[in-house]
Design a protein around this ligand. Structure first.
Ligand code: HXC
Length: 517
């Protein structure tokens, strides 16, 4: 064998060794836990055969506690680039078979390299997390490595989409990288995220909790809002990431791809003319409205199980990617509270950063009153949503279906927050507050003094309803551009979005804003 052939053989052998990560036994143990390996995950995520790997020969440089005697090619993370539906993406997947995917300085530098490359090319970064946290033997070098990643997450925020899959442990400060990214997808039963684990919790607070109770996928998808999606298994998670990428542009200078629309744009949806119940206190399902007006009923809902009184997610109109924000009368009558405001504000800001138009569907009785909300800072959280809609410069189309009262009217992408096209259904009620509340405030003395207070209150409520609980008063001032037949909503929204395609609007120059955090 020639010298050159020997060298080639050596390379092939080294590659094979690197592909085995921490070895067959640990791969088997990973499979036994119902988890895929880093390489398997990347293979499922990217288009077939399109993965190009970086840094297969990187090893750790630590010499503490005898770890220098144990080292693996690639050092606990697989990094590189490939395509999803033909579009470039950068990826990294922590390899639990090597020191439990724990983060060394070298491992961090591999992640930083793909992030830097993604920023230069203007392409999304997808990270799959499955790690025991900072590599214990490395000390401060591991902390430095984490922080280098965080710094890159921060600079990439709003420039390229960043998506995190949490497919295993993600604990301690490690959680801050996913927290800084745009979307977190957690697998149920096999992933968890927390700052301090159950043992420390027990010591400090005396609380007895399991990992699942403390930071499992369900907890973060329903209670904390840390996870945008909780999926049954890794396959579902990977499919979801691919679907999500399809709705997004490559970076903040580009538009999201437009797909061929197979759903007639003139489709009338007669059911919408009869969806609003006669009783204003009766709910209906906003999901039905969304499903009826978007292309093919295909809605990718974000934060589905968190703050269900508001719905956010991606859909298409005539093939164009849009972000939908909609009050959900089915939950808490669609009221705005702190969690709903924070959820929607984050989504609106994401869409605005990445040139995705916003379609807002309004049916909101107002902000949730009470000490629970006030002590929790609903003023600040509500202001976040107000701020988000107000600063957004993407096309903004708003349809008011029924209630739009008080501060919630102002907040929900109103004309006064530079709403481009604001439609209302004839059932819309746009006023300072609902009729019964209004009568309480302005006619309580008169009602109390009357012979039949109940009848008097009902009469005053009707007067107030006739005067304000309709869209015509707002339309009179031009705050509503048109009152539309509900069954035409799809077509009217598509028309509006087409009209707004060349929209140009900028905000005043500033170092950065001071969003009420
Ligand atoms: C070095 C680690 C490691 C770590 C796991 N391993 N975590 N090596 N540093 N942090 C190694 C194990 O020694 C083992 O090696 C292999 O990975 C698999 O680990 P197991 O414990 O056998 O796996 P499992 O039973 O599934 O338990 C997984 C685990 C557990 C729950 C993650 O390993 C664990 O509790 N690890 C420590 C977690 C931790 O406290 N991390 C520090 C958090 S603080 P072998 O050779 O047997 O395969 C932090 C600060 C970051 O991260 C701050 C950033 C700003």
């Amino acid at each position: 064998m020639s010298h050159q052939l020997e060298k080639v053989k050596e390379l092939i052998q080294l590659r094979e060794k690197a592909r085995l990560g921490g070895g067959l036994k640990r791969i088997e143990s990973q499979h036994k836990k119902g988890k895929y390996t880093a390489r398997e995950r990347i293979a499922m995520l990217l288009d077939d055969g399109r993965f190009e790997e970086f840094d297969m020969f990187v090893t750790h440089r630590c010499t503490n506690f005898g770890i220098e005697k144990e080292s693996y090619l690639g050092d606990g993370v697989v990094t590189g680039y490939g395509t999803i539906d033909g579009r470039l993406v950068y990826v990294y997947a922590q390899d639990f078979t090597v020191f439990g995917g724990s983060l060394s300085e070298s491992l961090a530098m591999k992640i930083c390299k793909v992030m830097d490359q993604a920023m230069k090319m203007g392409a999304p970064v997808i990270g799959i997390n499955d790690s025991g946290g900072a590599r214990t033997q490395e000390g401060v070098n591991a902390l430095a490595g984490y922080t280098e990643i965080f710094q890159r997450n921060i600079l990439a925020s709003g420039v390229i989409p960043q998506i995190s899959g949490i497919f295993g442990p993600c604990a301690g400060g490690a959680v801050y990288s996913p927290a800084l990214t745009d979307f977190n997808i957690m697998t149920k039963g096999t992933s968890y995220m927390f700052l301090t684990g159950p043992k420390v919790v027990k010591t400090v607070t005396g609380e007895d909790v399991t990992q699942e109770q403390l930071g499992g996928a369900s907890v973060h998808a329903t209670k904390s809002g840390v996870a945008h999606f909780a999926v049954e298994n890794e396959e579902e998670g990977i499919t979801l990431i691919r679907k999500l990428i399809e709705f997004l542009p490559q970076n903040n200078m580009e538009e999201a791809p437009t797909l061929v629309c197979t759903d007639p744009i003139h489709r009338l949806e007669d059911s919408l003319n009869d969806i609003i119940p006669d009783n204003p206190n009766k709910p209906y399902d906003m999901d039905e409205v969304i499903g009826a007006i978007i292309d093919n009923g295909e809605f990718l809902e974000v934060h589905k199980d968190y703050a269900r009184n508001i719905i956010v997610g991606f859909a298409r109109f005539n093939g164009q990617s849009v972000g939908i924000v909609a009050n959900q009368p089915k939950y808490l009558a669609g009221v705005l509270d702190s969690n709903a405001a924070r959820k929607a504000a984050r989504f609106v800001r994401f869409c605005d950063a990445f040139n995705i138009p916003l379609v807002t569907l309004v049916d909101v009785p107002g902000f949730l009153p009470g000490t629970g909300q006030e002590y929790g800072g609903v003023i600040l959280h509500g202001a976040k949503l107000l701020y988000a809609f107000g600063e957004a410069t993407v096309p903004k189309v708003t349809v008011t279906l029924r209630k739009s009262y008080g501060g919630a009217y102002c907040v929900m992408s109103s004309k006064h927050l530079r709403g481009d096209i604001n439609y209302a259904w004839p059932t819309a009620e746009i006023a300072v507050m609902g009729p019964s509340g209004a009568v309480e405030v302005i006619f309580s003395k008169e009602v109390a003094a009357s012979e039949n207070p109940a009848e008097a209150a009902a009469q005053k409520e009707q007067e107030y309803r006739d005067a304000f609980a309709n869209p015509y008063n707002a339309a009179k001032y031009g705050y509503i551009d048109d009152i539309i037949e509900p069954r035409n909503t799809r077509f009217r929204v598509i028309r509006a979005l087409q009209q707004l395609q060349t929209k140009k609007l900028t905000n005043p120059a500033k170092k950065h804003d001071n969003l009420p955090l």
